[in-house]
Design a protein around this ligand. Structure first.
Ligand code: 13P
Ligand code: SF4
Length: 303
């Protein structure tokens, strides 16, 4: 870690009265300089509720865009505009229209990992930490869950009184973790608990001792008396897990649990964007109003 650069960023952030938010998957040094680190829902809530007018959002683009939609008067900065979640682009507006025509009594529920345009065409957004609560409380019987197939299937096992229509989007990083690999690792670490993000394949979810969002996984590990954990999510989460639990051991399943887009946020581009206040997030006005409704519905129903 470049301590000098980190100190420079911290001073500049104070001078400019800017807030740095970071997701658990970004590089360790970015998590270290951030004011708050969290899961998608927590960060979205903070961006909306905090008083600072300048927010540097260290994560993938849908996170900064959601913050801008909910707080149009704040300056939201994405240090690297090329950091994009590939899953966000795996659903088309035509597909949403097609399903809307086929079903009555339908709610289009979109995972926050989606473009602003997709949100604008959805009824409500969810994250992995609030989806069960929100969907259970929707009045509609039919739920078109987009874009993540794995999360949708997992939710359908938890909510029995809805008819789910799934889409075929996925996170390439979580999809790459296989049940066979997890079992092999557990054969070596027989006492280890398996913690799983619900973007993983359902067969991995089905052998998980705990399934939840990044924050929920961290809470579970912190409260557990167990000493070893097999981690089925992106490796950036290890920074917080190890910081909070130095006496516990963590094993990732493969060396490839890395979201290259989250890692595009670096100390260098964070410093540049904080200095120049460039890379501001902008959302088309027409899209903003409709996407705001889906995001506001999420915050209301998750309360
Ligand atoms: P969380 O909401 O659990 O932080 O997940 C975000 C994400 O992108 C997972 O891949
Ligand atoms: Fe998207 Fe997967 Fe990266 Fe999360 S880990 S931002 S879902 S690509």
């Amino acid at each position: 870690m470049n301590k000098e650069l980190m100190e420079h960023i911290k001073r500049l952030k104070e001078d400019k009265k800017a807030l740095i938010l970071a997701h658990y998957y970004v590089n360790d040094d970015i998590q270290e300089v951030a004011d708050f680190v969290g899961d998608s829902y927590y960060l979205s809530k903070l961006a909306m509720e905090r008083p600072e007018d300048i927010i540097i959002f260290c994560g993938v683009s849908f996170m900064g865009e959601s913050a801008k939609i909910l707080s149009p008067n704040k300056t939201i900065i994405s240090p690297n505009v090329d950091a994009k979640c590939p899953m966000a682009y795996m659903i088309s507006i035509d597909k949403i229209k097609e399903i809307r025509e086929k079903y009555n009594d339908l709610a289009v529920v979109c995972y926050i990992n989606s473009t602003s345009e997709v949100k604008a065409n959805s009824d409500v957004c969810v994250t992995s930490s609030n989806a069960i609560k929100i969907i259970k409380n929707l009045k509609e019987k039919n739920i078109f869950f987009i874009p993540d197939n794995n999360l949708g299937k997992y939710l359908s096992t938890k909510i029995k009184n809805k008819n789910f229509i799934f889409h075929d989007g996925y996170c390439p990083i979580h999809k790459n973790v296989s049940k066979e690999q997890v079992i092999k690792l557990r054969d070596i670490h027989r006492d280890a608990k398996i913690v799983v993000h619900p973007e993983c394949n359902y067969d991995v979810i089905s052998i998980g001792d705990f399934v939840g969002s990044t924050s929920e996984i961290i809470d579970y590990v912190c409260k557990s008396s167990q000493k070893e954990f097999i981690v089925c999510t992106e490796e950036g989460i290890l920074y917080e897990l190890k910081n909070k639990n130095p006496e516990k051991n963590f094993y990732t399943v493969t060396p490839y649990q890395i979201c290259n887009d989250m890692k595009k946020i670096t100390l260098e581009n964070l410093l540049r964007s904080l200095t120049n206040l460039d890379s501001q997030v902008l959302v088309d006005d027409g899209i903003k109003v409709r996407a705001e409704k889906a995001l506001k519905n999420m915050h209301e129903l998750a309360r």
